[in-house]
Write a protein that binds this ligand. Structure first.
Ligand SMILES: C[S@@+](CC[C@H](N)C(=O)[O-])C[C@H]1O[C@@H](n2cnc3c(N)ncnc32)[C@H](O)[C@@H]1O
Ligand SMILES: [Zn+2]
Length: 421
């Protein structure tokens, strides 16, 4: 393996560089070298192709020195932003090559607020809007989620409700330890970010993506944490480095994508060998239990109603039914399911929250069941079959939160290990 300081950059200056940015670049071919330059010296990305062409240590040395000098200058002039370091988690969704900052229109002391990213290879450009790198059209099939999470930006946050509902679910479902410092978690489909908050509390770096405008809500709650990067992107075309993340988390999401199996199959490629993935998906019921999932009767209509209108209808319905569903929820064993059959997500008796909060949860979750463009529940067998087709080992698939939950660890392989930076 070839390291930058082996290229006689000089151990002293190299240590300084590492000390400044905390980055530990190792060169495996020219690609990573491009990354080093791009991440830390974005204005010098043009140097990299030169290096690639000549493939000589001398040009690497020259480029390194130039980049180092430029890096020092950027620090001195205050033109380098702390969050620029987050660029290293991203990759062009089209060709998976590194991204550089092409333009900065607006910035604050912490990060680029508005600007443009560009792929160092295919030259595709991507915007940064309100601090969030955007890799998809701002409006898409998940717009209803955008509205839902704008109105209920904080509803399910433990730091808002005072309960520990999201914390309990996060740690029970992932089975991850409470301290994950030094690890990098990729969260796919983060919604308003209640689990981003939990993931970030472990001290891990959390890279959190959603397709919808929910990223705004997540940014408002978690965006100012040093260890959180929020991105708007699509599960089918993710803007991240492959074979890189220690953990991949995708909960509450898969059933809401148009091709559930294909969505699932996207996830393992972002895990490093030895990394762990946790998913969940709605459970498909057969027979009478299936028939009692009445939302599937009405969804063909409700999912076509414009989100604002549907939200107003749901709110009115839940509020008018609230006293009745309160009585129903007291019926032992079947009360909650009866309420669900009446299309009311009533959590009385399940969560210890104030009546006002329970009503907020009911409106949110009732809308969440009726509005999504896609809702494709799955059987346990189907999910097991998916896992079998991946290179994940230690697989566990069982009934649990959200219906079915599954987890697995990416197998070590000689070549996949080499891909890790
Ligand atoms: C029910 S919410 C779950 C949010 C969060 N994980 C939670 O449990 O609170 C589902 C989320 O999946 C997102 N989503 C749907 N399709 C997606 C896609 N193709 N790529 C990424 N996210 C997607 C939606 O925008 C929405 O925020
Ligand atoms: Zn590209």
């Amino acid at each position: 393996m070839f390291r930058l300081h082996d290229a006689q950059l000089g151990q002293t200056s190299w240590n300084q560089w590492q000390g400044r940015c905390g980055h530990q670049p190792q060169i495996r071919g020219t690609q990573i070298f491009t990354l080093v330059l791009d991440v830390h010296c974005e204005s010098f990305s043009a140097i990299a192709p030169d290096v690639i062409d000549k493939k000589s240590q001398i040009s690497i040395l020259a480029a390194s020195v130039k980049a180092y000098v430029a890096f020092e200058r950027l620090i001195e002039t205050g033109e380098i932003f702390v969050r620029t370091e987050h660029l290293k988690y991203l990759a062009c969704p089209q060709c998976k090559q590194t991204l550089v900052i092409l333009e900065v229109e607006k910035r604050n002391s912490q990060s680029v607020e508005a600007g443009t990213l560009q792929c160092s290879s295919c030259r595709q450009k991507y915007g940064i809007v309100r601090h969030i790198p955007r890799f998809v059209a701002l409006e898409n099939y998940a717009s209803g989620f955008g509205l839902q999470w704008a109105i209920h930006a904080r509803t399910q946050y433990d730091s808002y409700s005072g309960a520990n509902i999201s914390e309990t679910r996060f740690f029970n479902e992932t089975r991850w330890p409470k301290d994950l410092k030094g690890q990098v978690i990729l969260e796919v489909g983060s919604g308003s970010g209640r689990f981003t908050e939990q993931a970030a509390s472990t001290g891990a770096m959390v890279v959190s993506m959603d397709y919808s405008q929910a990223v705004e809500a997540n940014y408002a709650s978690n965006g100012d944490r040093d260890n959180v990067l929020i991105v708007q992107g699509d599960i089918y075309n993710m803007p991240f480095r492959e074979n890189y993340f220690d953990k991949v988390l995708c909960i509450g999401v898969l059933q809401h994508t148009p091709k559930v199996e294909e969505s699932f199959m996207q996830l393992p490629q972002y895990l490093k060998p030895g990394g762990e993935m946790v998913i969940d998906v709605y459970r498909k019921f057969a027979g009478l239990l299936g028939l009692l999932r009445t939302r599937y009767w009405v969804r063909p209509i409700t999912r076509r109603i414009p989100a604002e209108r549907l939200y107003a209808l749901v709110k009115r319905y839940v509020e008018s039914m609230w006293p009745i569903s309160g009585w129903i929820s007291k019926i032992p064993r079947i009360g909650r399911n009866l309420n669900l059959a009446l299309l009311i997500a009533d959590y009385r008796g399940v969560y210890t929250l104030s009546d006002e909060m329970l009503r907020e949860w009911a409106i949110l979750d009732t809308f969440d069941k009726l509005s999504p463009a896609y809702d494709y529940p799955q059987t346990l067998e189907t999910v097991k079959t998916w896992f079998l087709q991946t290179d994940l080992i230690n697989v566990q698939v069982q009934y649990g939160y959200n219906g079915i939950e599954g987890r697995g660890t990416k197998a070590f392989g000689f070549f996949s290990e080499l891909n890790r930076k």
